[in-house]
Design a protein. Structure first.
Length: 168
């Protein structure tokens, strides 16, 4: 991904303009954030997506101050766009996603992890409460591997799960 992104010499504003056409938030995302803030539950976006576009869409909704982002960092240069991924806390981690799950579990946290892509599988397997997007590649892999996790297509399902099973 780092090599591929270096080939892109497009400006950030042009990339964001194109993303505007195809990007939306899943239902009840804002409600999940508000609920987590109200209940003092830390929430972090852990994404193989790029920091600048995640920040951009969060800022548009006024959500950038209440959520942390753990993703690749983008540096726009005249030679191309450079990516750097978060450093691992543990060398044994398969990627920065499962590394972060393990980091918080080692600090004594119970971790809810939500994912949709194959790269989320190691993190989902380490999470205490794994959630996967219905119909995603990750949901298919979990079924294939007979790994039990909660599927969802609306963040209200996650809120209801937290209320029912974690904060009861």
């Amino acid at each position: 991904m780092q090599k591929q992104f270096l080939l892109i010499k497009m400006q950030k504003t042009i990339i964001l303009k194109e993303l505007e056409k195809v990007t939306s938030f899943r239902r009840n995302f804002e409600e999940l954030l508000k609920y987590c803030v109200k209940k003092n539950i830390p929430i972090i976006i852990v994404s193989a997506g790029l920091d600048f576009h995640i920040k951009y869409f969060l800022e548009k909704k006024g959500l950038d101050e209440i959520i942390k982002i753990h993703s690749a960092k983008t540096k726009f240069t005249s030679k191309g766009n450079e990516l750097s991924f978060p450093k691992l806390f543990q060398k044994s981690s398969s990627n920065f996603k499962d590394d972060l799950v393990e980091f918080y579990k080692n600090k004594g946290y119970k971790v809810i992890y939500m994912g949709d892509d194959i790269s989320d599988y190691p993190a989902v397997k380490k999470a205490d409460y794994p959630f996967v997007i219905k119909g995603s590649k990750l949901a298919s892999l979990c079924k294939e591997e007979e790994y039990k996790c909660q599927e969802f297509d609306d963040f209200q399902i996650v809120i209801d799960y937290i209320k029912r099973f974690l904060l009861s």
